[in-house]
Design a protein around this ligand. Structure first.
Ligand code: ADP
Length: 525
């Protein structure tokens, strides 16, 4: 696989000798080869996929020190401790160090005594540190958690945007960006913002076959959860995600009163208590961590048996990331999500009332819609998730839908109508306008564009606005529609829809147990 056989051998030797692993996994060897030879890379690999060796081994094989940008202090400390234990000269630079410690690391750098240096982005970007780097031989730059550069993502870090200076100031040093968030939008943003347009992309499969996905309608969330904890997950460690700090406290206490060893975790708690709870979660058995999204990034606990969402996550990416913390040991694990109308209303309201720009709100709405599409889909959950990440997959046979498909309706004709409406209006409009056309509403926009003259005008009066919206969301989630990233939520018919439009394929959808959407103009028929 390597051009220079000795590089391959040396990489494998390191994998054996330092890490104690038998063979490279997936694309690791190809990535390492590419970076060792000086190429830039963008690595999209799920959590637990083995991203670390993809930059650590090239740093060891190239001359100089590998600089690793990492957003989390705890994460870099763990990584460095592990490397040191394996005998690798590694160190980190962040705000937790004393001046003496900082000076010592600087000295080591100048003596070429380090092979890997982990650094927080804000420190890397100081003029003093950049000056220091210019005096050194640098093996590579690794940008870990690269999705932090995405302004629309849930982990946005403003300093990440400035990391493009690495390319400007050190054009000859290879850069490797790594993330476990792989939706196409984030991918494009990483490439653009980090000046990685020419980087080789390595997209690993995001399938987590040992995780069983289950989405249920929320009736009494806490009780539904308790039932699962007692009947299916007794004695297991897991994470329960809630939206708010208040709810975290309340749920943790409620579970404790019922004999579950539940601990709270959210950003409003003291650093000391958070550290303590996290340690107990990592070290003790059968601890249930009730947490906001503040908990999780960088937590490496292999035997988390379940991740439960008592509230909707922020997006499909967030859901995937959060559920991905289950079953990292490969043994069966469960991702359980309960959602109800109230969640949808609350999230919609939160977006509408937030102080964010209109553009940002549109993005948030689109992300929410995609998530809702996933929740109400009749498609295999795994298939839906993987489709979202640009992969193709068969039915998994192991999610709630595969195991119990439930009641469905034949949505073929309705889907054809909606797809045709998008097609005939030039694929330049969002769902509201398409629904107006289908339901024969003579709005100003409809008459302005002459859409009242189309054959699709008024053929959709049989469904209510909310049903059309739900259908549109499902068609987006199933990949029949693509949503344009231009901020206007333009629906375009994708290639996948062809057989459906030609009548060669039928579409069955799950009967919505939860009615979604239902804008002001909604009329139920
Ligand atoms: P990520 O950063 O993608 O979440 P890590 O780099 O932390 O993943 O690796 C996850 C786990 O997989 C670690 O325990 C690591 O030791 C192990 N691992 C990585 N590569 C290999 C390999 N080639 N063979 C066996 N185990 C591996």
């Amino acid at each position: 696989m390597f051009d220079q056989p000795d590089t391959a051998q040396r990489a494998l030797d390191l994998l054996h000798r330092i890490y104690g692993h038998q063979a490279f996994r997936g694309q690791q060897a190809a990535i390492i080869e590419h970076v060792v030879e000086g190429g830039d890379a963008l690595v999209l690999m799920p959590t637990g996929g083995g991203k670390s060796v993809c930059y650590q081994i090239p740093a060891l094989l190239r001359d100089g020190v590998g600089i690793v940008v990492s957003p989390l202090i705890a994460l870099m400390q763990d990584q460095v401790a592990a490397l040191q234990q394996m005998g690798v000269a590694a160190a980190f630079l962040n705000s937790s160090l004393t001046l003496d410690e900082l000076r010592d690391i600087e000295r080591q750098l100048r003596r070429d005594a380090l092979k890997l240096l982990y650094v927080a982005p804000e420190r890397l970007l100081t003029p003093r540190f950049l000056d220091l780097l210019r005096d050194l031989k640098i093996a590579l730059f690794a940008i870990d958690e690269a999705h932090c550069v995405s302004q629309w993502g849930h982990d946005f870090r403003p300093e990440y945007i400035q990391l493009s200076v690495l390319h400007q100031q050190f054009p000859d040093v290879p850069r490797i960006a790594l993330t476990a968030t792989a939706d196409r939008e984030t991918q494009a943003e990483i490439r653009h913002r980090l000046a990685l347009e020419n980087a080789e992309i390595y997209l690993a499969s995001f399938d987590r076959p040992n995780i069983r996905y289950r989405v249920v309608e929320k009736t009494d969330g806490k009780r539904q959860l308790l039932e699962i904890l007692q009947q299916e997950q007794a004695g297991n460690a897991g994470i329960v995600y809630c939206q708010s700090r208040k709810k975290v406290e309340e749920v943790a206490e409620w579970l404790c009163q019922r004999g579950i060893s539940a601990l709270p975790y959210h950003a409003g708690m003291s650093a000391e208590l958070r550290r303590l709870n996290q340690q107990r979660f990592l070290r003790e058995e059968a601890v249930v961590m009730v947490a906001t999204v503040a908990f999780g990034m960088g937590i490496d606990k292999p035997d988390v048996r379940f991740v439960a969402h008592l509230d909707l996550p922020a997006s499909i990416e967030a859901y995937y990331q959060e559920t991905g913390r289950a079953g990292r040991d490969g043994a069966p694990a469960e991702a359980w999500l309960a959602f109800g109308l109230a969640d949808v209303v609350m999230l919609r309201k939160r977006i509408a009332e937030s102080a964010a720009s209109e553009e940002r709100k549109r993005v948030e709405r689109r992300k929410l819609d995609a998530l809702l599409g996933f929740c109400e889909s009749t498609q295999c959950r795994r298939q839906a998730l993987l489709t979202y990440f640009g992969e193709t997959a068969g039915r998994c046979g192991n999610c709630d839908i595969c195991l119990d498909p439930g009641e469905t309706w034949d949505a073929t004709v309705a889907a054809q109508k909606l797809l045709s409406a998008a097609w005939r209006t030039g694929q330049r409009f969002g769902v509201t306008h398409l629904i107006d056309v289908l339901r024969g509403e003579t709005t100003e926009k409809v008459t302005q564009y002459g859409h009242d003259k189309l054959s699709t005008f008024g053929i959709g009066g049989d469904l209510a606005v909310a049903d059309w919206k739900s259908l549109a969301r499902q068609l987006v989630s199933l990949g029949y529609f693509t949503v344009d990233g231009d901020g206007f939520n333009t629906l375009a018919v994708s290639e996948t829809a062809r057989p459906l439009l030609k009548g060669e394929e039928r579409l069955n959808l799950r009967k919505a147990t939860v009615k979604l959407g239902g804008g002001k103009r909604g009329r139920r028929s």
